[in-house]
Design a protein around this ligand. Sequence first.
Ligand SMILES: Cc1ncc(COP(=O)(O)O)c(C=O)c1O
Length: 483
Amino acid sequence: MPTTTPTVPSIDLPAALASVSPALDELARGHWPSYRVHDDWRTELDRALPEAGAGADETLRVLAETVAPHGAPFLAPGFSGWIVGAPTAVPIAAGLVTAVGGQQRYLGFSGNVLEEVALRWVADLCGLPSGLPGVLSSGGSVANLLALAAARQRAYERLGQDPSREGLHALPPGRVYASEELHHCFLKAAGALGLGRSAVRLLPTDGRQRLDVGALHRALAADVAAGEVPVAVVGIAGTTNTGAIDPLDGIADAATEYDVWYHIDGAYGLFGVLDPDVAPRFAGLSRADSWVVDMHKWLAVPTGTGATYVRDSAYLGRALTQEPSDYIEGAFANAGVPGGSPWDQIGTPYQEWSLELSAAARGIAVWATLHEVGRDGVRQRVVGHNTLAQHLAERIRHEPALELLHEPELSVCCFRVRGNDDRDADARTDRVLRALHSDGVHVPSGTRVGGRFAIRACFVNPRQTTADADALVDAVVSVALSE
Ligand SMILES: Cc1ncc(COP(=O)(O)O)c(C=O)c1O
């Protein structure tokens, strides 16, 4: 038997927002001095499930005093590690609107309308073919999986079998082709789609970390000769490691020659096409069958939004349909007869193109961001970040203790600390990176470029300026020289 009266949840939203707002403002302004995680606050959060609720005031106090101040530091300009979106005030507010009034995109409400508008605007912004069908999902990993599902559908339907309905039983193995710089979400997607992780052929790159198109031709020819099924060729429009843009036109030629689905992963870099200096490197972009771009990276909407565009959505539909169901299409006995219900305006049936049925109306924050800053604002951001990476590269060229590991194409710059040999340089670079992380003010990530261990800085945060790039170099040099 319960011994207390259950706590009734508060519905006083203004009061709740007022309590957490100062702490959120600190985070959103990127004022966080250090990303370091201390253990002492964890005990306040990690307790046994309470039988009696603590009430709204106490819960809001913990949110404001403990949860928010120990939130992720990714909005701080010193964080240049992974490619994480760093939303500013309007997209954050839009995220709140989504939480309150934007759930369940299936109905004819504003969130549903803005899903379509957001997809259209982003396609327009990125120079994709007009009128492309698209769908929003949680981000690049899922967005790429959806595209791969459509590619798999086409490849096996041509052999007379519906892989989504009947599975891959007794079919020849499928293959996916991309450079070794491919984001590993494709391995996961290939595994989840029954192709198997080993179906992904990771091919060599040229001296600029871009797919070697000759190697692609050879791999396709060998696999076709062996009776295997080319499912998709992937071009990367901005690799995670270095921001390299694959030769998209050359890959399109190979895909056309072998009649294979051509997918472009622009999760990070597709917005790069807005930079007039870089735009020519995207030649061939419009020749793909599908594209992915993440709004929660360079467009800086709250985490959880990526887009998949597919030229022929019928493949997406057959790959991912959930089939008609009584709780949706059959929700009214006289379905189709206008009755004044929002269920009559179901709009685009996104659940037929995606893994999700219930989903937040992700278009709201995308729309709000673009409505606030427009095409010019995004272009200015992209050009600014690319310029920052070039500035960082220039600084490194002039630092005797450091070595630039590639010429930045987009907003990523990788470099290392020099050593007596490669092994020594790897070890020194690793030590400097660890020192930076433990200090927590300048937080790049680590990666490998051409086998060499690198410090990697990626600029996508609207708060970042030249001063942040300079401060990073100064910090690296100071740690490296103090060794
Ligand atoms: C090129 C590329 N593709 C896919 C992904 C995966 O995206 P997400 O982390 O949103 O799932 C990333 C992540 O950084 C990426 O850079």
